[in-house]
Design a protein around this ligand. Structure first.
Ligand code: MF3
Ligand code: CO
Ligand code: CO
Length: 261
């Protein structure tokens, strides 16, 4: 987890293919989400869709993780394990898809609305979405890693939300989690200098209440300590010569910022 692996153009082309499959998967998931669907059914869909398109779901068996996708509802911050839990009107759910294609990883997640959600939930989700967009704007060669966390923290906190500290974005490529760690809070002009060919995720988890969390007895599910809502969006990025490319870009209702916050 120490040296950042710089990828060649050819390697980034492979990551683009993996990222595209992950993105298509989440696009298709978005279409089937509805009240009454169980998170096990989401898991089966992601698993089958991935295999059918020549990929492998990275979560399955990763450090003992039992399923092919993470489904994190309401107060679950991340790593929610699919189960018989059915979606209810007013839930928000983050679906986190990581796909391996030809040995390379693509990692993407989005938070979706189920039925009619509260104004407070919508506010949190829109702030979180915007945090990711603002962070992506910071990514270019020569920029410092701290800028990513700084802009996320500023936007979240000025909108009355808090930033989860216990989980970070990460480098990825042949590995699911590589260097560098990408914190979602930080200071301007501090930290690693970004270089063309770096590939990493940004995946802010933003809470309605405090940032503190705890882990359930299943050793995975992270839950807000105050049981208030948490939202998350994630993209896989490659640093280009003059900015960055989103390797997991997709279309759909929450694909880009949908508010003026
Ligand atoms: N996809 C998550 C991330 O963004 C990691 C999930 S690990 C798993 O880094 F084992 F729970 F899948
Ligand atoms: Co990730
Ligand atoms: Co992920």
């Amino acid at each position: 987890m120490s040296t950042v692996i710089i990828k060649s153009k050819e390697q980034i082309a492979k990551m683009r293919a993996a990222g595209r499959l992950a993105a298509r998967t989440i696009e298709e998931v978005a279409k089937i989400l509805k009240v009454g669907l169980s998170t096990d059914e989401i898991n089966a869909f992601v698993h089958d869709y991935t295999i059918k398109h020549g990929g492998k779901p990275a979560p399955l068996g990763y450090r003992g993780y039992p399923k092919s996708v993470c489904t994190s509802i309401n107060e679950v911050v991340c790593h929610g394990i699919p189960s018989s839990r059915r979606l209810l009107d007013g839930d928000i759910i983050n679906v986190d898809v990581t796909t391996v294609l030809d040995g390379w990883h693509g990692d993407v997640s989005a938070t979706f609305y189920i039925g009619k959600v509260s104004d407070e939930a919508r506010h949190l989700v829109e702030v979180t979405r915007k945090c990711l967009d603002l962070a992506i704007e910071q990514v270019r060669p020569g920029a410092r890693l701290g800028n990513i966390g700084a802009v996320i923290q500023e936007h979240a906190e000025k909108n009355g939300c808090s930033v989860v500290r216990d989980f970070v974005g990460h480098g990825l490529g042949r590995g699911f989690h590589e260097a560098p760690q990408v914190p979602h809070l930080g200071e301007w002009d501090r930290g690693l200098r970004l270089k063309t060919g770096m590939t990493f995720t940004i995946e802010p988890m933003i809470n309605q209440g405090g940032w503190e969390l705890y882990i359930l007895d299943d050793d995975w599910t992270a839950v807000t300590k105050d049981h208030k809502l948490s939202a998350q969006f994630e993209h896989t990025l490659a640093v280009t010569v003059d900015g960055c490319e989103i390797l997991t870009a997709f279309s759909g209702p929450l694909a880009s910022s949908n508010s003026n916050i």
